[in-house]
Write a new protein. Structure first.
Length: 217
């Protein structure tokens, strides 16, 4: 997957402006009932070579484990996002996820299909009044090194508009690689690199450093 990520991203490197940002996250997971878990996370993301905050958000969700390998989840994200007038406005996102994972020794492979609904409160055109729907598909691999607290991972994710005239046309993709460092049985730290490209009027490709703290109850 990691090799595919670098080859796939290299196709679009020419003739574009480059930006750099940092994504900071704190994620928590906690058990509620048998096979039912809750989650809550907060995040802040920068852009324009880290000189500006692009958005901050809080997200809460529920996940139900149907089987050892298969789960379904839903979540809501409240975002404050910078818009074209350089002011911050709220956005609302809803997610429904279907996830499958498979263990093979120390290697874990997972596939996630996510349906995303985005609604804006900053309105420039009539089209902004309508909520937008996207299908997101992610493939991820993680490897647990025996007797060592560091686990490398890599993933690739595509974004496709649904319920409009752009069905099956990829509008954005991400490729990422990083490591998870276990601090204790319930907590860990993640650090990674992410490349993002949009297929729209924007000519900016983004290189992003991601840093996160994970806590399980």
């Amino acid at each position: 997957i990691l090799a595919f990520c670098f080859v796939f991203s290299a196709v679009y490197l020419h003739g574009q402006e480059t930006d750099f940002g940092i994504w900071l996250e704190v994620n928590t997971e906690f058990g509620l009932l048998k096979n039912l878990d809750g989650s809550f996370s907060v995040s802040q993301r920068t852009f324009n070579n880290t000189s500006q905050i692009e958005q901050g958000f809080a997200e809460a969700g529920l996940q139900y484990r149907i089987s050892r390998n298969f789960s379904v989840s839903g979540s809501y994200r409240l975002i404050k996002n910078i818009e074209d007038d350089s002011r911050y406005y709220y956005r609302n996102k809803l997610f429904i996820d279907l996830k499958y994972k498979q263990l093979s020794g120390n290697l874990k492979m997972s596939a996630r299909l996510r349906v995303q609904r985005t609604a804006k409160t900053y309105i420039e055109e009539d089209d902004d009044l309508q909520a937008k729907y996207y299908g997101r598909f992610r493939l991820k691999s993680e490897y647990s090194i025996p007797s060592f607290p560091v686990s490398p991972f890599a993933y690739v994710e595509s974004f496709t508009p649904v319920f409009d005239d752009s069905w099956f046309e990829t509008c954005k993709y991400r490729v990422a690689a990083g490591v998870e460092v276990k601090i204790s049985r319930r907590s860990s730290f993640e650090a990674g690199w992410l490349y993002q490209n949009k297929f729209d009027n924007s000519t900016v490709r983004s290189h992003i450093m991601s840093l996160g703290y994970n806590l399980k109850f």
